[in-house]
Design a protein around this ligand. Structure first.
Ligand code: G16
Ligand code: MG
Length: 211
């Protein structure tokens, strides 16, 4: 029996994954590092600094920690410019209505995101007071595939891990959820995840699951 759903943010609730790509792409171009949407798949669910390290794998230069922090900061400023242009219009009708119907079923709803921009994004979408719990990149030590972010969300809800369903678009996130003995619904980029419990063609298929 499942009592709670923990949603990943980027790529599940909204399409900020594309803004991450554009911001990283701009940095990679400046540094003359090859980077395309296929490389971007490896960054899903991964923290900002770890994402930068993955991008720098293809660089011939060896950058200091200070330089790397500046790069990450530059990427984040650019990314935030995209976020500031977002509004409630960027919350799809499908996601909004599905969330409302899931709540009507009596399920607890939470966010489990690696992003330190989680609150800003939720505000832009008009969802900052909607969820029962929010666990994000600011409150964790280890990012996905480590299960910490989802365990924190479940702890905040006071629901046993086995009674949680995690909704993810990243393999790293599906892995994180399974490591915490949670159920996983995989969609979009993670659709083919072999160990997911549910495979969703679209967000509203969450309404077809027996909780
Ligand atoms: C998201 C994205 C990742 C991003 C991470 C950190 O995680 O999927 O690509 O690197 O957050 O984001 P920020 O730089 O805003 O702290 P999730 O878990 O919401 O998919
Ligand atoms: Mg994601």
């Amino acid at each position: 029996k499942m009592k709670a759903i923990i949603f990943d943010l980027d790529g599940v609730i909204c399409s900020t994954d594309h803004y991450h790509y554009l911001a990283w792409k701009s940095l990679a171009d400046d540094l003359n590092i090859p980077f395309d949407e296929k490389d971007n798949e490896r960054l899903r669910g991964v923290s900002r600094m770890e994402s930068l390290d993955i991008i720098l794998e293809k660089s011939k230069e060896n950058y200091s920690l200070k330089e790397k922090e500046q790069f990450a900061d530059r990427k984040n400023k650019l990314y935030q410019q995209y976020l500031l242009k977002m509004s409630t219009k960027d919350l799809s009708k499908e996601v909004k209505e599905t969330l409302e119907q899931l709540r009507k079923k009596g399920l607890k709803l939470a966010i489990g995101s690696s992003s330190k921009n989680t609150m800003l994004i939720l505000k832009q979408l008009g969802l900052d007071t909607f969820f029962d719990a929010i666990s994000d990149g600011n409150s964790i030590q280890y990012s996905k595939p480590h299960p910490e972010v989802f365990m924190k969300a479940a702890d905040l809800l006071n629901i046993p891990y086995k009674e949680c369903l995690v909704v993810e678009d990243a393999i790293s996130g599906c892995f994180a959820a399974k490591s915490a003995s949670m159920n996983v619904a995989a969609l979009s980029s993670a659709y083919h995840c072999t160990f997911a419990d549910y495979h969703l063609n679209c967000f509203k298929e969450l309404l077809d699951i027996k909780y």
